[in-house]
Design a protein around this ligand. Sequence first.
Ligand SMILES: Cc1cc2nc3c(=O)[nH]c(=O)nc-3n(C[C@H](O)[C@H](O)[C@H](O)COP(=O)(O)OP(=O)(O)OC[C@H]3O[C@@H](n4cnc5c(N)ncnc54)[C@H](O)[C@@H]3O)c2cc1C
Length: 386
Amino acid sequence: MKTYYTAVVIGGGASGLYFSHLMKDCLLIEKKTGCASKLLMTGGGECNFTHDDDAAEMVRHYYERKAFVSPAIYSHDSHAIRSHFEELGVPSFTREDGKVFPLSRDAHSVAYALINNTRNIITACRVTGVRKENGIFITQSTKGEFTSKYLVIAAGGASCPATGSDGDGYALASSFGHHIITPGPGLCRIKLVNNIPGCEGITLENVSFHLAGKTFEGPLLFTDNGISGPAVMNASRYVENKDEITICFHPLEENAVKRLEGRKKAVNALSAYTHLPDRFLRNLLPFLGDKNIADMNRQDIRETVQRLSAFRSSCTTQGEMKRATVTHGGVDTKEVDRKTFQSLLCDNLHLIGEVLDVDGECGGYNLSFAFASAFCAFSVISEKES
Ligand SMILES: Cc1cc2nc3c(=O)[nH]c(=O)nc-3n(C[C@H](O)[C@H](O)[C@H](O)COP(=O)(O)OP(=O)(O)OC[C@H]3O[C@@H](n4cnc5c(N)ncnc54)[C@H](O)[C@@H]3O)c2cc1C
């Protein structure tokens, strides 16, 4: 096996594979026994690999990194990603909500399309160190040393570490002087310190909540000790430990409660009025028991209104990194060129995908960025080499 390549790529995930299947003289090094562990889990195994948006709409889904991701998303937008997979034999379809999946509804088809078109892959090989000497990168690994003109760090973030992306990429980038913005879990559930027991499994269709100075809206799903759902997941990155969340399950005023039919059971009357499920209301408002509306005292009414329209709890995402969908934080984007993904600290070093301090919302935006950043790095390297 040869040991010198034009490019060495660290990480056989979404971004590393996308880069490597395009690049001719390149070695992809993957720590796990197979590539694409995380990619295979995406979209519940069906792989929501992009979103049916034009570039201008796409960039709106990357929180405070809109400006950074913009050139990449414009140069390789969701249409380009879809056509590229189509050429690789992976046609796709758009779901009603705009999420794009392979027609096979199987992430394996996306992963294999990339793996089968990648020339040189070593698996079960962990990169342990990298350095640059006389303009050449030396990559040390558990299977020996490899040298290259370009080095691409595509080692992912730190969320869901069982898939192989466990923060190694940060240490490798740091060895070239890069700064790491503290990583935290993103697109995960939020645990409520003041949990409402007995609600697990209940979904509420349209709830709004206030967290970290922002308001979010959408369906809300109760989990064993917290809440989930698309809006919750999109908001989870803002949770600092023990932040306060205020949830409005249904806007309600004291007068509206007083006007309800007095002989009816309070829980049933409230359920009919708010369209919230009985089981949820019984757990949220246990003090109502079997009381009729007419029997509710002033404290009952006040407490009911407060819990329904402004339920407060401390919340946390502590411990969620092990199953979070994405990492927020990572290599500081101020140190990376946003058109080429070349390091501004080290020539010919490129950083792509989730190792960077970029995270997107639910809906295919994280894979889109992994692919678009890989495409940009490939384009500039292949242009220099042509
Ligand atoms: C359960 C789940 C569902 C998801 N669903 C979606 C979805 O539907 N749509 C979407 O857009 N995004 C989704 N994501 C997010 C998406 O999968 C990631 O953003 C994307 O995979 C990031 O790609 P990446 O190449 O940067 O990193 P990764 O895909 O994490 O790949 C990094 C690779 O580098 C390897 N590596 C790390 N360190 C080393 C080392 N020292 N030596 C060698 N190899 C190393 C790792 O083993 C890993 O294979 C999901 C994530 C999870 C966890």
